[in-house]
Design a protein around this ligand. Structure first.
Ligand code: PGA
Length: 250
């Protein structure tokens, strides 16, 4: 399986910085002899056109959220058709920051996923437990429930990517043990088999404080097929080092 290294810039980088980053990333990627690893950037909505204009065609572009309706009176929102129209191939859905700060639940994530797929986008659905759930030993139950509740039925492997992102690991410098990551990813794989065609081919990314120091070891864990990287994606050198780890493991 070709791994995916995805940068989630969140609400960071001004358009000029975004342009310089995308263009330098493209320069580096162009020089790669073999493209063994997919690379995706998910800038803020407002930087998407700038990143698109500076990104080479073999790199992927995505958004961090979308609305489930195709058009209408939804002040401040962006439809999947608009994302497709502006050049996105991916959209991140159900990130824990959206689940917690905007009250997004599994069923609204599922609606967004259906809308995104019918607009021709690939979806990256995020799941993960809070520290409280972890301490109660509920990690696997929580992620199974999120997978079952937020993934539409009968998807194919190319439409769907999962990101396992323990909430307590995001932006904290903390990460689960490799055994815990392996257990979570294997549980996700098993749950996927109930709803997705070719579940064994769905990429399952790890996210949460991945950085150039830990990337090699995390990306070596079974069923880890790439990373969703927040903080460390803001510096191109760090993001590139993580990409290099993924590539070396192919
Ligand atoms: P982090 O964020 O890499 O800064 O922990 C990951 C994410 O929120 O997707």
């Amino acid at each position: 399986m070709i791994p995916l290294i995805a940068g989630n810039w969140k609400m960071n980088l001004m358009t000029e910085e975004a342009a310089a980053y995308a263009s330098e990333l493209s320069n580096r990627y162009q020089k790669e002899q073999e493209k063994k690893c997919d690379v995706l950037l998910c800038p803020s909505f407002i930087s998407i056109p700038t990143v698109r204009d500076n990104l080479s065609d073999d790199l992927y572009l995505g958004a961090q959220n979308c609305h489930s309706a195709s058009a209408g009176a939804y002040t401040g929102d962006i439809s999947c058709g608009m994302l497709k129209d502006v050049g996105c191939q991916y959209v991140i859905l159900g990130h824990s920051e959206r689940r917690s700060a905007y009250g997004e639940g599994n069923s609204s994530i599922k609606d967004k996923a259906l809308a995104a797929i019918s607009a021709g986008l690939n979806v990256i659905i995020c799941v993960g437990e809070t520290s409280e759930e972890r301490n109660l030993g509920e990690t696997l139950a929580r992620i199974s429930e999120q997978i079952k509740g937020s993934i539409p039925e009968k998807l194919t492997s190319w439409e769907l990517t999962i990101a396992y992102e323990p909430v307590w690991a995001i932006g904290t410098g903390l990460t689960p043990t490799f055994d815990e990551i392996a257990e979570a990813h294997s549980t996700i794989r098993t749950c996927l088999a109930e709803t997705v065609e070719s579940a064994s081919e769905v990429r399952i990314l790890y996210g949460g404080s991945m950085n150039p120091q830990n990337a090699h070891d995390i990306l070596s864990v079974e069923n880890v097929n790439g990373g969703l990287i927040g903080g460390a994606s803001l510096k191109l050198d760090d993001f590139w080092s993580i990409y290099a780890c993924a590539k070396d493991l192919c």
